[in-house]
Design a protein around this ligand. Structure first.
Ligand SMILES: [Zn+2]
Length: 148
């Protein structure tokens, strides 16, 4: 199980509509399923961790879903994921352990991670000075990208 940022929205909807939390949650899940059908994928930005990941890439594009772990704003994390999905839609394939030219200004490395019961590709970005996690002087935030 993973938590996702819809939780607050779900609580709000439950209150607003006068329905139970479970009912509001199942409505939210149905909306998500529709969204995946229409756009091919959705992103979950985790509110209490610097994480964000996609759903639907596997089903829609036959590509592993993506994850990022950066203490960036929710919109920034979403934009990173969107850029990766757009690249996949344009025909690019990413693999763990392979440094890839990407839609970003910098190279990106990928590692496979377990997210719930599925495998996702976590995109690892170098910091502003080109340092990777584990390298001396790697900026805080960037240095923790390989952590859970
Ligand atoms: Zn999720």
């Amino acid at each position: 199980m993973h938590q996702f940022d819809a939780e607050c929205a779900v609580c709000q909807e439950a209150q607003r509509e006068g329905i139970s939390h479970d009912e509001a949650m199942s409505r939210a899940l149905i909306r998500e399923a529709h969204m995946i059908e229409q756009t091919g994928w959705v992103a979950h930005v985790i509110s209490d961790a610097p994480l964000a990941h996609t759903h639907g890439c596997n089903e829609t594009y036959g590509h592993l879903d993506f994850e990022v772990r950066l203490p960036a704003s929710p919109i920034m994390r979403y934009d990173l994921l969107r850029a990766l999905v757009e690249a996949v839609k344009a025909g690019q394939t990413f693999h763990a352990g392979v440094e890839s030219p990407t839609p970003f200004q910098c190279p990106v490395r990928f590692v496979e991670r377990q997210e719930g019961d599925r495998t996702v590709l976590r995109a690892i970005l170098p910091d502003a000075n080109g340092r990777w996690p584990g390298e001396t002087g790697c900026q805080r935030g960037f240095n923790e990208q390989l952590e859970d």
